[in-house]
Design a protein around this ligand. Structure first.
Ligand SMILES: Nc1ncnc2c1ncn2[C@@H]1O[C@H](COP(=O)(O)OP(=O)(O)OP(=O)(O)O)[C@@H](O)[C@H]1O
Ligand SMILES: [Mg+2]
Length: 223
């Protein structure tokens, strides 16, 4: 109960800041008579609105990922297929950002779980890799079956996450200090809920020469 209360309070604070900004930007735009500056003010307003709706989406996904919030699902999910669809959906963005997005996948990497949430997990990892990797860069997703486990790895050529931060980045709303890109700090919290819900584990490592390697291990479907 205490942690739930803390979460609602944190969420309210996180919503209040951009809402205050929105109100300021709106009144600023309304008062601006110069057409160019008015356009700029409206663009800033649009950006804030987008950030706010991203926050709402992430909050909703996190709630859905929590245990007991959705009816338990035991679908057979092909993780290679899931990854392929996620990468397809991000291909245009990667191209625009000058990032080489690749997939290495085994056939028959099947897990049992909630397909929607497993997809959300991959979406958040790919989203992070694309967002935090500077151009030109590489993001590679691999899906392999090893010893009754399906191993999903997302590696990038970005700055990685300092060792001392690795346990904290899974906390709700936590962002590494100095992170320039926009974000709500909920992606990895969502990923962790999904992984734990599916009976798996997750680790973060920095690649030699820089970049983050996220490794998710999920129990493979039997039979
Ligand atoms: N691939 C990555 N490379 C470098 N830093 C990362 C990477 N992924 C996550 N981080 C760091 O971990 C923090 C937490 O990530 P998380 O996905 O939970 O939140 P977010 O990306 O800030 O917001 P959102 O909820 O919109 O995903 C990020 O703010 C960033 O500082
Ligand atoms: Mg994220």
């Amino acid at each position: 109960m205490a942690s739930q209360r803390r979460f609602v309070s944190n969420a309210a604070h996180q919503l209040r800041t951009p809402l205050t900004l929105l109100a300021t930007q709106a009144s600023f735009a309304a008062r601006e008579t110069d057409i160019e500056r008015r356009t700029e003010a409206l663009q800033a307003l649009t950006r804030s609105t987008r950030q706010l709706s991203r926050l709402a989406e992430q909050l909703l996904t996190l709630t859905r990922a929590e245990p007991g919030s959705r009816a338990p699902r035991a679908e057979h999910i092909d993780m290679a297929e899931t990854a392929r669809k996620v990468l397809e959906a991000h291909a245009e963005e990667a191209l625009r950002r000058g990032i080489d997005l690749g997939l290495e996948a085994d056939k028959g990497a099947i897990v049992v779980g909630d397909g929607t949430m497993l997809r959300e997990m991959v979406v958040n990892l790919v989203d992070n890799a694309l967002r935090y990797t500077p151009t030109p860069g590489e993001v590679t997703v691999s899906v392999v079956s090893v010893d009754e486990q399906v191993c999903v790895t997302v590696r990038d050529t970005g700055p990685g996450i300092p060792e001392g931060e690795r346990e904290h980045v899974f906390e709700r709303f936590y962002r590494v200090i100095g992170t320039q890109q926009e974000g709500s700090g909920l992606g990895l919290a969502i990923v962790r809920e999904v992984v734990v819900g599916a009976g798996g584990s997750i680790t973060l490592d920095n690649a030699e020469g820089g970049g983050l390697i996220v490794t998710v291990k999920l129990p493979a479907a039997t039979g």
